[in-house]
Design a protein around this ligand. Sequence first.
Ligand SMILES: *Cc1c(COP(=O)(O)O)cnc(C)c1O
Length: 335
Amino acid sequence: MNWSALGFDYYKTEINARSTFDGEKWSELVYTDDEYIKMHISTTCLHYGLQAFEGMKAFRGVDGKVRLFRPEENARRMQASARKLCLPEPPVELFVEACREIVRRNEKFIPPYGSGATLYLRPMLIGTHVGLGVKRSPEAMLIVYCSPVGPYFKGGMKTINVVIDRVQDRAAPRGTGDVKVGGNYAASIFSGTKAHTEGYSNVLYVDAAEHRYVEECGAANFFGIKDNTYVTPKSPSILPSITNKSLRELAAHLGMKVEERPIPVEELSTFVEAGACGTAAVISPIASIFDLDSGERVSYGNEVGATCLKLYNALQDIQYGRSEDIFGWTEVVIE
Ligand SMILES: *Cc1c(COP(=O)(O)O)cnc(C)c1O
């Protein structure tokens, strides 16, 4: 197995976990090697976007142990997504137990330490009510599956170029931007595809109401660094990233100030570093931001900034068991 050559794509593993909610209670977890689900053609998740998902990773550490990173945070975020879509909320313990077991039962697909590859876990929740009208789904299914994924950065951390393109809004202020649901991705696929075609890694989305404030960078949160301060946007239409939350806590621990507040586009040029953060890459340092409307480009340089590097290493050291987990963020799943 050439782990380092893997990309971010579906790779078949052995076992996935499922639990169904029949309108009253969640079933015991069922483990299966079946990659398919049989579904009625009029199932609500297929028509009205009644679905939510999560993304997390299992890491084979320097000590050989396998760790999950803050899985309860993902469980609670899935509950928040479920609440917003009026879907049944999977209990935290059910969610986390499914994640643990999926890691254990697919142990041979966990990439070795040092390969840079990880086991990506994809929990998903779908409304399974069969009907035709737009209404809530009292029945649901939780599925947790996994797939080994290659190192995000092949050959070292790299900076990315992003674009501010107001052609499409990702999420409205009182919409679903703050929960992890497929509809947000549907609403960003056009602008994302356009950006890729034009050579950018991602769109830096701005707020839908005024198109003036920075929101998210593709499917990752945004942060800027200046004056020993970690600044990240505050907005009701941003998905609360667990990576961002962890970086804020790490930054504070490392003696930096942390600010969560609206960031106007004009402020971008005052940062000395900027980055996109999320489970997939931890941090993608940003080299430049091009604003299509004004034609202005803000450049931070192609070199990875010292603060981005420091935060990235501090978080990865905890995830891979290289430093003491002083925050209690990791859970050892395989000793
Ligand atoms: C999942 C996601 C993120 C990153 O969240 P993490 O918990 O850090 O992985 C950021 N923005 C969006 C829109 C997302 O869907």
